[in-house]
Design a protein around this ligand. Structure first.
Ligand code: SF4
Ligand code: SF4
Length: 160
């Protein structure tokens, strides 16, 4: 009982709390002021998709449809047709980013590293259709973030 009264009247717990605040106040801050400041992203970060081209500028996608078959949310739709070289390729390639759960399975399934994830996640659409990315959009994303994609692949290469 005496101990309890002493604690109450001496405000020991409040002083303890204030001391703790004072101690933490001068430590390095674990929070960042997003979007001005950013934490580093993993090379395996799964953001917006991109379709890539090889060094000669040709589309890497060979139209095997493995990514479409592997996608658990059926977000990928591919139409195969003849290409200019007499072979087969994806004449249409669509990913519905609204359905996508960013699991990365399409990237894992692709035998030629044609479909990849970028680190881009800050994008919006005002209509549902705006999240349906067609082949040209995906190729443009691939060109725009080519260096970022290559750096991420190189950083992760030893674990693959
Ligand atoms: S990340 Fe997953 S859900 Fe999204 S398209 Fe690829 S396989 Fe489908
Ligand atoms: S992106 Fe890859 S897995 Fe998908 S159809 Fe093209 S080559 Fe096949």
């Amino acid at each position: 009982m005496l101990k309890h009264w002493f604690k109450t009247f001496s405000m020991a717990e409040m002083l303890q709390g204030m001391f703790l605040t004072l101690r933490i106040m001068f430590r390095a801050k674990p929070t960042v002021r997003y979007p001005e400041e950013r934490t580093p992203y993993s090379p395996r970060f799964r953001g917006m998709h991109a379709l890539t081209r090889d060094d000669a500028g040709a589309e890497k996608c060979i139209g095997c449809k493995l990514c479409e078959a592997a996608c658990p949310s059926q977000a990928i739709r591919i139409v195969i047709g003849p290409n200019a070289e007499g072979g087969r390729s994806a004449v249409s390639y669509e990913i519905d980013q609204g359905k996508c759960i960013f699991c990365g399975i399409c990237e894992e399934a692709c035998p030629v590293d044609a479909i990849v994830h970028t680190k881009q996640f800050e994008y919006i659409a005002e209509e549902r259709n705006g999240l349906l990315f067609g082949k040209e959009t995906l190729l443009t994303v691939g060109e725009t973030f080519k260096e970022e994609i290559q750096e991420a692949k190189a950083a992760d290469a030893r674990y693959r």
